[in-house]
Write a protein that binds this ligand. Structure first.
Ligand code: SF4
Length: 292
């Protein structure tokens, strides 16, 4: 096991949660969260700011990223709770392909259950090239239901990645993973979220190059704009101040960066969107799929 984080296991009462707020508005009926606390430990992660509303315990938000607790009975729970017609987002609270998943191998078991009992839509939200380990199972699931993979691309700059998300894969590694998923025939979206300090045109061009599906974006959440709910961790705001990136937390500057990305997408004849409307693209069943 890595020295950097510890892995715990505990039985859980349920694995699928009814959605609310942003995720429900996008069209998802349930979220699937295989573990509590995420060993990517991103400095900006919104989840620890949700505290008990995010299903966390105090040690989780105080030591975010230093350990994770897997739901040890997750496959049995999923067998019991899965129903046709569910639109499942995995996950708003943890990356299913976090570093600890490499040793734990919880996702293959869950994908096997989903292949047997497919929902209407299943979306994997990840930034982990580890997802490629399960490519065979993902292809099996894609034959049974609408499967989309939303792959986070946050910046094209490796210095920025090291400052804000040092335990995440590099830009090139993520691009390669997305291209492999796409070449295998899976629906994979590049999700530019949260938008870290970057060269917006380069980020956009590369995201468009490796995908055929619409591209989704979302700047840092701001407490000044969003009074309640999840928001950017103070750790990331401190990094932005120390590195001279405060403007990436200003609404006007964020709008301009988003518009620069939108311009690149328009010029390429591709769809790009931000916020709830774009997020809702992920929840669409295959019969309503757009053509690009
Ligand atoms: S991968 Fe996602 S859930 Fe995990 S720490 Fe980073 S932002 Fe949070």
């Amino acid at each position: 096991m890595s020295e950097r984080f510890r892995i715990f296991r505990a039985p859980a009462g349920s694995i699928l949660s009814r959605t609310s707020g942003f995720i429900a508005a996008a069209g998802f009926t349930h979220s699937l969260t295989p573990a509590r606390n995420c060993t990517f430990g991103c400095t900006y992660c919104y989840v620890p700011t949700m505290r008990i509303q995010g299903g966390l315990q105090p040690d989780d938000w105080r030591r975010w990223g230093q350990f994770t607790t897997f739901k040890e009975n997750a496959p049995a729970l999923l067998s019991r709770e899965s129903r046709p017609g569910q639109k499942i987002y995995c996950s708003p609270l943890v990356d299913p392909y976090q570093p600890a998943e490499e040793a734990e191998r919880r996702m293959p078991e869950l994908l096997d259950v989903l292949v047997e009992r497919p929902p209407e839509v299943f979306v994997l939200q990840t930034r982990g090239p580890l997802v490629l380990r399960d490519l065979g199972r993902l292809l099996a699931l894609a034959r049974r239901t609408t499967l989309r993979i939303s792959f986070s691309l946050t910046t094209n700059r490796d210095d920025v990645r090291r400052w804000y998300e040092p335990h995440c894969a590099t830009f090139d590694e993520r691009l390669a993973a997305i291209a492999t998923l796409r070449d295998a025939g899976l629906a994979v979206h590049a999700t530019l979220a949260p938008l870290l300090p970057c060269d917006p045109e380069i980020l956009a061009e590369e995201a468009l190059r490796v995908t055929v599906e619409p591209v989704i974006g979302d700047p840092f959440h701001l407490r000044s704009v969003k009074r309640h709910g999840a928001t950017t961790r103070p750790e990331a705001e401190a990094i932005s101040r120390a590195r001279g990136f405060e403007r990436w937390h200003e609404p006007e500057f964020q709008r301009a960066a988003v518009e620069r990305i939108a311009r690149v997408a328009r010029a390429a004849g591709r769809e790009f969107g931000v916020g709830e409307e774009a997020f809702a693209w992920l929840a669409r069943p295959r019969s309503l799929q757009w053509t690009v």
